[in-house]
Structures are given as C-alpha cells and as structure tokens.
Design a protein around this ligand. Structure first.
Ligand code: CU
Length: 148
C-alpha cells in the first residue's frame, strides 16, 4: 500500500509540473493530441473548476492557423462534429474534452503532428482569462471516438 500511495503521489506531482495550468479556480489537466499527417488535429483535455461558473470561449495555437471549439455527436450511426461558440464550465464542476465529445480542433496546421512532440495551445475563458497549456502528441492509434 505504501508504494502504491507513493506512486500515486508521484504521478500527481508529475501532472502538477507538466500538464496542469490554473487561473481563478479553473484547472486544465492532461492536454493531449494525436499524431496526424493531415492539416487538422484535435486536442483533448480536462477542465475542472473550483470557483463560480465560467465558459470556454475560444483557443489559439502558434502551431495552427485557427483553433475551433468542436463537439462530436452521434447522428444515427455516423459521428459528426460541429463547431460550438463556447463550452460552459459549471461552478464546482468539470468538463472532459475527449474523443467522441468536445475537442479543440486545430485547423491549418503548419506542420504535421508527430508523436513525442508537443503543441502549445492557449485557452480563453470568459472569466478566468487566458490559460496556456502544452499538449503531448501521442501515437496515431490512441483511442479515438469520432471521425474528422
Ligand atoms: Cu473537430
């Protein structure tokens, strides 16, 4: 049990150093993307909020011409994605951006996303303002729930 507790603590410390960014009660964790040879890519992450209600209203990245907020939804048997104006982050709540759901869509990538590299992205919240994170690019086979 001691070693398990230790490794969990170690992971939390590691996450804290490498993958979490916070402002005004908003914490962004585990930003990641998938290697892609296309001119588009998707970023996934978790947003938790220990403060009042907020709203993600946009994002930008030096790696892409544009970053849009998208959601993937099932339309019968087909997964489709659509652009949304913003994503509400409830007070004392959390929203997970994951394959098959919300994601940040990188459009007009300047270079293909390669596994083992990182992508910088800045999230823009209505109240918390801008929060910069670095997404780790994982292998193309990483779990994916929708098509682009
Ligand atoms: Cu998309």
């Amino acid at each position: 049990m001691v070693s398990l507790t230790r490794s969990v603590l170690f992971c939390l410390v590691l996450l804290g150093w490498t993958a979490a960014a916070a402002a005004d009660g908003i914490v962004v964790e585990h930003p990641w993307s998938r290697a892609s040879a296309a001119a588009t890519g998707a970023i996934f992450l978790s947003i938790s909020n220990s403060g009042g209600a907020d709203r993600l209203i946009g994002a930008s990245s030096p790696a892409a011409a544009e970053v849009q907020l998208h959601v993937s939804e099932a339309d019968g048997d087909i997964m489709r994605m659509r652009r949304v104006d913003g994503v509400d982050i409830p007070a004392h709540g959390a929203v997970v951006f994951q394959p098959g759901g919300y994601h940040l869509m990188l459009i007009g990538l300047k270079e293909p996303l390669k596994a083992g590299t990182t992508v910088a992205v800045t999230l823009d919240f209505a109240k918390a303002g801008k929060i910069a994170v670095t997404a780790a690019v994982e292998k193309p086979g990483a779990p994916h729930g929708g098509s682009h």
